[in-house]
Design a protein around this ligand. Structure first.
Ligand SMILES: [Zn+2]
Ligand SMILES: [Zn+2]
Length: 741
């Protein structure tokens, strides 16, 4: 009998009926001894198991689990008769992996294994769900196997237990020390001038008191009535006690106030209410200080339910605060006198499914907060630098080094934090470039309601990057230009359009400078990947191959940019030498007459033909379905760069719009020496010589035209790729100033 539990009816479940096959299993024995892969138990065809959903408790649990993980409701036509289900029982994680010798296994889970049909596989990979399929044992049965309650399942009721949230806060604040207290180096806890808070005791919007301890809220505004926002007209009135009682607050904000009250805290920061929405000066000060506002909050509440029509806005409740606001209730069955449950979705799965996770502004709010309380549709999560706690598994006593299901942190976690511990400046820059790439990939996947926010919604990330990268903090306004980190410009320029990103989709926003060499110049999501081998990690530069970069700032000032100091100065086998500019002041002088956003550099250019490579997606998908296909879509493809010889030899590779004209040669400009590992398909070694480290040059394909303003040749990025050094030397290249806009 299937039963959904709430807190009161716990522990009184009768045993569920079982089908003949499930009845023949000895679950107690399986949990006691474990079931290894070599002895996995075949349970039969998935289609048969699904048909027994309502007559067998275990088949019911498995059906529920597979349906949710594989999104079966979206694959109604899929034939599942050839899919077979196997069961294993294995320890789930380790209580402490720092101890030598055999690890202490913490709890056992039933693993449900079945091979995903290709269509389902693709959906699952895209949606980042169904990462593992397991059944957990509830805590009440742990003692029967001589195990601790820890790491077993916990009952999740219709509403959250507030004591649990308090306990999570206590553990983090008292036991995690500096790891969690002092997340952002150089992020001051000094709130900006004029910072306001909602005082949930007085129900007013007040000036933040000194050393204010507060909670921040991250939510989606949506298109709802805007009367609740603080504006010049009501800001004075809202200072008075009880003034908020008469304001029709949206549900998310009402719930957040209630939660802060019930947790016994006093101040809550909500952007729409604490920034005066029609005061440009206030908006500017507060937005610039976003890194501090989220970074210094004691806790940030995230309202991240799975999207439901009509609820995906600020009118959405915090799921689990009030009865009836949760989408999925934990499913538990009593099977052979053991309580088994389908674990609720893990944090990363729950976030991937939420619309909150698709919005541009919420990205930095997530990254910057030091303690995060996620209200997702099924359950609550608490994430800090050290742990991920959730309602449905007991892990509060875990050690730093423990491993347990669901400990995977959310987006972009860790990358930034690891940088500050690197003392060696060279490695520090490399880690910095890599972390920046990860952040950008995440950020550009998100949508902004207002395109004009493209830099603002990322500014807090830029702030912490600027402060953490150098031993002495940099000014975020000058450390980044047009969304690009100048310290690692050579690496940052190597972005590629993500799969399915439309081609030639330039971002043109009134009053915003968005040059083509920056990711911000295009209304697409970007990725950093190695187009040579698809496996060597993000691309990078070993050495800059231009003498000097000059960027025309938004105010029209031409600025010299230091060549990446993390790059190698010397290369043993290198034959290509960067050209020397005829005059050192030339670029700066020229820049003064060019449009803001122009990147100027002196380099070599050559015209070369390209030829489309077979779609990588087809090749990869055909051979190994477990690999995520990285490239090849109807919009962009990988092209080979060809020599002028007949027949042409392969010189390198580049990603270009799929419909690129292959009859006429394209103009290529050299940027830097590549750090990419090189596979034999990249270029014809018998023509251009053997491979060695750094033998590939990072190049950009550009289109050029004469500017009507300055009467000079200006260029735009089309794509970025690599060319073998020997091939470039054989090509008839010329030296010139490239002006990228
Ligand atoms: Zn069964
Ligand atoms: Zn912590």
């Amino acid at each position: 009998m299937a039963m959904f539990l709430d807190e009161d009816s716990a522990l009184v479940l009768p045993d569920s009926p079982l089908c003949k096959i499930c009845n023949a299993l000895d679950l107690a024995q399986m949990f006691q001894k474990g079931v290894r892969e070599s002895h996995s138990i075949t349970l039969g065809a998935l289609a048969t198991i699904l048909s027994k959903e309502h007559i067998c408790g275990l088949c019911g649990l498995i059906s529920h689990l597979v349906s949710r993980s594989w999104l079966l409701d979206r694959h109604t036509i899929e034939d599942l008769t050839s899919v077979h289900v196997q069961l294993l029982v294995e320890p789930c994680g380790w209580a402490d992996s720092s101890q030598p010798g055999p690890h202490t296994a913490c709890a056992h889970r039933i693993q449900v294994r079945a091979k995903r049909p290709i269509a389902i596989h693709r959906t699952v990979m895209k949606e980042k769900i169904g990462l593992v399929m397991e059944l957990q044992m509830m805590e009440d049965d742990a003692a029967r196997f001589g195990r601790e309650r820890a790491y077993h399942g916990r009952r999740v009721g219709a509403v959250v237990n507030l004591e649990l949230i308090k306990e999570w806060m206590r553990i983090c604040e008292e036991e995690h020390g500096l790891t969690c207290a002092n997340v952002w180096k150089n992020v001051t806890e000094q709130l900006p001038q004029g910072a306001r808070m909602i005082d949930v005791v007085r129900m007013a919007v007040v000036e933040a008191p000194p050393n204010c301890r507060y909670v921040a809220l991250s939510y989606m505004w949506g298109n709802i009535n805007t009367n609740y926002k603080t504006v010049l007209k009501n800001v004075e009135k809202r200072r008075h006690t009880s003034s908020l009682e008469s304001v029709g607050l949206p549900r998310t904000i009402r719930d957040a106030i209630k939660l802060v009250q019930e947790l016994g805290m006093r101040y809550l920061w909500v952007d729409a209410m604490c920034i005066v929405q029609d005061d440009p000066a206030d908006i500017k000060i507060q937005i610039t200080a976003m890194a501090t506002i989220y970074g210094a909050a004691r806790l940030t509440i995230f309202c991240a339910p799975t999207v439901i029509v009509g609820r995906g806005s600020a009118d959405s409740p915090l799921p689990g605060l009030e009865p009836g606001s949760r989408e999925e209730i934990q499913r538990i069955e009593r099977i052979q006198s053991l309580s088994l449950a389908v674990p609720l979705r893990m944090l990363i799965e729950a976030l991937a499914a939420s619309e909150w996770n698709t919005r541009g502004w919420t990205f930095q709010e997530h990254i910057l907060s030091r303690r995060r309380l996620f209200f997702t549709s099924d359950q609550l999560f608490f994430e800090c630098q050290r742990d991920v706690f959730s309602e449905d598994i007991i892990v509060e006593s875990s050690k730093d080094t423990a491993m347990y299901p669901g400990k995977s942190h959310g987006i972009g976690y860790g990358a930034l934090h690891s940088i500050r511990n690197i003392k060696h400046q060279h490695s520090r820059y490399q880690a910095y470039a890599k972390a920046f790439m990860q952040m950008l990939e995440e950020y550009t996947q998100r949508q902004l309601t207002k395109q004009a926010d493209i830099y603002n919604a990322f500014f807090a990330i830029i702030t912490v990057f600027s402060r953490d990268i150098e031993m002495t903090p940099l000014d975020p306004h000058t450390a980044f230009l047009f969304g690009m980190p100048l310290s690692v410009l050579e690496d940052a320029m190597l972005w590629q359009p993500a799969r399915n990103a439309p081609a030639r989709n330039r971002r043109r926003e009134q009053g915003l400078v968005t040059p083509s060499w920056s990711w911000a110049g295009w209304d697409i999501s970007v990725v950093y990947f190695d187009i040579v081998g698809f496996m060597y990690g993000p691309p990078g530069a070993l050495r800059s191959l231009v003498e000097e970069w000059v960027i025309v700032d938004t105010d029209g000032q031409a600025r010299r940019i230091a060549i990446g100091r993390h790059l190698w100065e010397h290369h043993q086998n290198a034959k290509y030498r960067r050209p020397s500019s005829p005059s050192s002041a030339l670029l700066v002088e020229e820049g003064a007459s060019l449009a803001p956003g122009t990147l100027l550099f002196y380099t070599t250019v050559a015209f070369l033909k390209v030829r489309k490579v077979n779609n990588q997606l087809d090749e990869i998908a055909g051979q190994d379905q477990t690999q995520v296909p990285v490239y090849g879509s109807e919009f962009h493809s990988v092209f080979e760069v060809l020599s002028e010889a007949s027949p042409p030899a392969k010189m390198g590779r580049i990603v270009l719009p799929s419909d690129t004209d292959t009859i006429r040669p394209l103009e290529f400009a050299v940027l830097s020496r590549s750090n990419m590992g090189c596979s034999p398909e990249t270029y014809d070694e018998q023509v251009f010589g053997g491979r060695y480290e750094g033998c590939l040059l990072n190049v950009m394909a550009v289109t050029s035209s004469e500017s009507t303003v300055c009467r000079k040749k200006v260029s735009e990025r089309i794509g970025v790729g690599v060319i073998a050094e020997e091939g470039w030397i054989a090509a008839r290249f010329q030296e010139r100033v490239v002006r990228l806009q």
